[in-house]
Design a protein around this ligand. Sequence first.
Ligand code: PRX
Length: 627
Amino acid sequence: MAEQIETLLKTSTVYRPTEKTLSEAYIKDYETAYKESIADPEKFWDGIAKELEWFSPWNQVLEWKYPWAKWFLGGKCNISYNCLDRHVNSWRKNKVAVIWVGEKGEERIFTYAELSRQVNRCANALKSIGLKKGDVVTIYLPKIPEQIIAMLACARIGVIHSVIYSGFSAPALESRIKDANAKMIITADCGYDRGKSIDLKKVVDEAVSKSPSIEKMVVVRREKPGNTLKENEIDWEEWMEGQSTNCEAEQLDSETPLYFLYTSGTTGKPKGVVHVHGGYMVGTYITTKYIFDLKDEDVYFCVADPGWVTGHSYIVYGPLLNGATVLTAEGKPDYPNPGRWWDLISKYGVSIFYTTPTAIRLLMKYGEDWPGKYDLSSLRVLGSVGEPINPEAWEWFHRVTGGDKPIMDTWWQTETGSILVSPLPCVPLKPGSATRPFLGIEADVVDKEGNSIGTGGGFAVIKKPWPSMMRTIHKDPDRYLGYWNNIPNCYTAGDVCHKDEDGYFWFMGRADDVVKVAGNRIGTAEVESALVSHDAVVEAAVIGKPHKTAGEMIKAFVILKQGQTESSELIKNLKAHVQTELGKIAVPREIDIVTSLPKTRSGKIMRRVLKAKELGQDPGDISTLEE
Ligand code: PRX
């Protein structure tokens, strides 16, 4: 990997901003803006927070009791109010807020006024069944507008939302409902995947039957006639019907929890990352504005699913805080054909397009003729997220979109809430590098002791608190402390990174046992425990392995119980079992049956030895290896 980076650094072309890009950009001189912002970060964030509306002002910007942070103390706000009312009370009232395109080509358009009416009705509907501030609602929906409406409605009345990606299976959903102690769940009868209807209600029924905390279920019924509902199950339309379009937003303390979002770590148990109204609002607002240079005239298209953090921060909150027009589309980039996204860009005049390296590599496979068929001249700023983007994919994306649009390679995490390392359109770009820290963010690359490495490879860290940082891990503060106790005096992201002589960051992947499959974060321990829960398996070890399109793929090594024999049928069963336990995204692409696994003397599986062997690399220090 280090060698690869060295070559990259030597061969890297630098793309300077065009005059047009520079003349349009909010920030024209990154160096000066950055220096000013970190000379006094509290002053910087104080100024940004004042661009939003607060019911009452804060009396202290930051309280920092390592590693616990509180931002905008004493301030009262509501992120939903800032996403909606702030615009409805302005000329943006009739501006388009959300354009949604379904997999079947259906279109639904919401102006700020209409979105606000729906959200207000939904907030009243939540109240009508007894939901109140501090309660938790699980949202398990496909990518439909109700997902956005439900999130903003919860936020409006101080209810905490826990959105679960609708590809997760029943046991995965159940464990997340239980951890959050959710009182109700909002779901749909089905989602669509490449024209096929996926029965979501069945998954929810199974999870809810084992989750006593759930008192009510609301179902969006997309297929008519809808399936029959049981007691305590309500149809979305009926639930919303007759509700007033006026629901006063709760005036919340800035540190009030906004949402839990479950993500994978190094143990089998997913962590519920906690974000709060005030700081998260400030972070997502300003990063969306400066990084994508978002203006009122733009049409902004982010391909993420609100089930993941990118959807939370850069489909829902960040863009709506800015009063943007957001395009969101259900379905895959190559269905019904590989022109799908290019077609949407040309049809809606998209000017900002935020996507993922995996999707770009998938579209690359279909060739340049596809983007070539469409008028992409509306594009202005591009974005990439979720995993390192390889220079070939970067260059391809750059070329097929006209060769003169800046690509914002945005590095961040569920835990960071908003983008922390990324170019701004005025920053010279090197394909494959996320370039420099965002304003107000002190990021660095350090060794294990926390010493800055200057140039070279090490661990990515953040040295000072920032407003949108997670506040804790729900019910597990020790896990939160882990992020700040790993390397002295900083937040350890868990990424290996190289810093070059220009101070550019080159993120190289995870330093821990987390695999990034198509940008989705999967803990190897979760897959291992799913495999071990199969009757035929006694032990399992899981690693990530490079994959041409997905970036990484999951490979499992499995020891069978005595009496079990290897067969292709068994491998198929094991894969199906992981799909049932966790969902399709966590299924290992390859499973090897083995008779032993490399372990330390204390019995810990040494995954890095397995990985080195698999990739034909040097395993490094193996002095702790037992056999
Ligand atoms: O390894 C980094 C990778 O994704 C991780 C965070 O994953 P998650 O919490 O699921 O959030 C994904 C969306 C922000 C990071 O620790 N990652 C994210 N963006 C990049 C990246 N790696 C390299 N370059 C990026 N731009």
